[in-house]
Design a protein around this ligand. Structure first.
Ligand code: NAD
Length: 499
């Protein structure tokens, strides 16, 4: 920390202390004057960033129009602060996500009712693994005709939709990536996890305002609806959409006519062959499928295992925290988790997920199945057919169907079918490189993890960086600051070579 920063910190602390004694909340941010409004006449004059009671909004808005307009002003303000301003915002977000992880993890779990507290907390602590401004390097070219620079520049305001499965983590990770690229953002959070989203956004903006004088860099719609989603999509201030969710919202975003980075659904299959380290494979499957009760879109959802090692693999699952259900128990669980309706045309029953079961823990689900799993059980599993509903559907529960296959070819083909062409994530446990290559080529998934848990694909125990938005149908991959930039070329023509 520089002297300058230390002094600023001290002054801020003293002012806050005085204000506290006078009965003001630190949220008034009176320690600094209100920032100058943007010079952009298209966005500056019409918005009110103060509430009817005179308090500041700190990014929390009732309607899309005001949120997008406020974010446009904030984008201009961020621009004036340079790259250092972005860096400071990212520091604030990473620090607060870590500092508040226990509290925010708890409120998100209480509100959404899905997942596990230990992992909700961890998902916030690891926001520090999301890359920031250091990720962006301009591309330079020089030659006989002059010099050219390609810069990664901001879109301005990004409209973002976040899922119920990771509300504050997705918001926090998106903010790091988007602000690193110089953007402001307006979130339409999932209605099932909106209050925790508002809490985090307000805290981020309060701190950003205190530090940089920008009030609405991260905006959120307090009561998100399909209408507010449409409002964000239709706003002229919004240059890009980033959608993280299931097939419905991806489809809706793609219909808007605006460019959309879509982080869509998955149903990650795992293939285990006889060359694998079986205990390591089982440990990897349990680690990934148990993570936040399998809410992660990358989490292991079904396993195809070579016949010759199937029994030892299932025994290893038990040794690693898995609890085996018998056929009756599996059938009872299936009836609680799915309803079956006739499929269109084909005449085959299609499973429909009972969302009330999503993200529940293994002990609870075992009880539903009529089994008594011991406390601490990480996942439930059973041997099933390849057409089991738990194989077919992205069920987001710590429940793993295990399917015996006769050959690697059969396993790859079944894995491809189960993945439904989402091109999201797949996992192999094998020491045969040609089989790894064959599976990668067949499934074409965005993430392909070998000999580790799925979370290794996002930098948790594997190499690489973290993001909670993995853009699958639109092809941007694991999103990062570059994803949220426009590439602009700047050319200077002359004899400029220095050699
Ligand atoms: P969801 O699709 O129900 O909701 C996601 C978001 O979209 C929410 O904010 C919701 O309010 C909104 N939404 C849904 N339908 C909409 C519509 N027609 N128009 C406008 N907005 C709409 O998903 P969820 O249950 O919250 O999250 C789980 C899903 O998200 C899973 O399919 C999972 O794989 C996927 N997901 C993907 C990634 C990724 O990075 N690819 C990350 C997390 C979750």
């Amino acid at each position: 920390m520089t002297h300058h920063n230390i002094n600023e910190e001290l002054i801020k602390d003293v002012v806050e202390e005085v204000l506290g004694r006078l009965g003001h909340s630190s949220g008034d941010a009176a320690a600094k004057p209100a920032p100058a409004q943007s010079g952009n006449p298209a966005v500056a004059p019409s918005i009110t960033t103060q509430t009817a009671t005179g308090g500041r909004r700190f990014g929390v808005f009732q309607d899309a129009r005001s949120a997008c307009a406020a974010a446009a002003v904030a984008h201009e303000q961020l621009n004036e602060k340079g790259v250092d301003g972005r860096r400071r915002v990212i520091d604030i977000v990473k620090t607060l996500a870590d500092k508040n992880s226990a509290e925010w993890g708890r409120i998100e779990l209480e509100e959404s009712g899905i997942g596990r507290l230990d992992h909700k907390i961890e998902k916030l602590k690891i926001i520090k693994l999301v890359p920031g401004v250091e990720f962006l390097h301009p591309e330079g070219m020089s030659g006989d005709h002059g010099i050219t620079l390609e810069e990664y520049t901001p879109f301005g305001v990004i409209g973002a939709i976040t899922p119920s499965t990771h509300s504050i983590p997705t918001i926090s990770g998106n903010v790091v990536s988007m602000v690193a690229a110089g953007n402001a953002v307006v979130f339409n959070p999932h209605p099932g996890a909106k209050r925790c989203a508002v809490t985090a956004v307000r805290a981020y903006n309060e701190a950003i305002y205190r530090e940089l004088g920008i009030e609405n860099l991260i905006c959120v719609i307090e009561e998100p609806t399909i209408e507010s989603f449409k409002g964000i999509c239709e706003s002229d201030a919004v240059g890009l959409l980033c959608v993280t969710g299931g097939p419905g919202v991806v489809k809706a975003a793609m219909k808007t006519g605006k460019r959309a980075v879509c982080a869509g659904p998955g149903n990650p299959p795992v293939l285990v062959d006889e060359t694998a380290d079986i205990n390591r494979a089982a440990n990897g499957v349990v680690t990934g499928a148990a993570y936040d009760n399998n809410l992660l879109c990358i989490g292991e959802k079904e396993v195809f295992v070579l016949e010759s090692v199937a029994d030892s693999f299932m025994q290893s699952l038990e040794k690693n925290g898995g609890f085996r259900l018998n056929a009756d128990q599996w059938s009872r669980l299936t009836k609680e988790v799915f309803t079956f309706k006739e499929g269109e045309g084909a005449g085959c029953p299609m499973p429909v997920l009972n969302k009330a079961m999503v993200g529940k823990d293994a002990v609870y689900l075992a009880r539903i199945a009529g089994a008594a799993a011991p406390a601490g059980t990480e996942i439930l599993f059973a041997e099933t057919g390849a057409d089991d509903a738990f194989v077919e559907e992205e069920q987001m529960m710590p429940v793993v169907p295990v399917v015996r296959v006769k050959s690697v070819e059969e396993g790859i083909s079944a894995a491809k079918k189960a993945e439904h062409g989402f091109k999201h994530t797949s996992i192999i446990h094998s020491h045969d490189v040609s089989r790894m290559t064959a599976m990668a080529r067949a499934l074409k998934t965005t993430l392909f993890v070998k000999n580790g848990p799925s979370v290794a694909g996002l930098g948790i125990g594997g190499e690489g960086y973290l993001s909670y938005s993995i853009a699958t149908p639109t092809g941007e991959g694991i999103t990062n600051p570059k994803t949220f930039t426009r590439v602009r070329r700047c050319v200077m023509v002359d004899n400029l070579r220095i050699y």
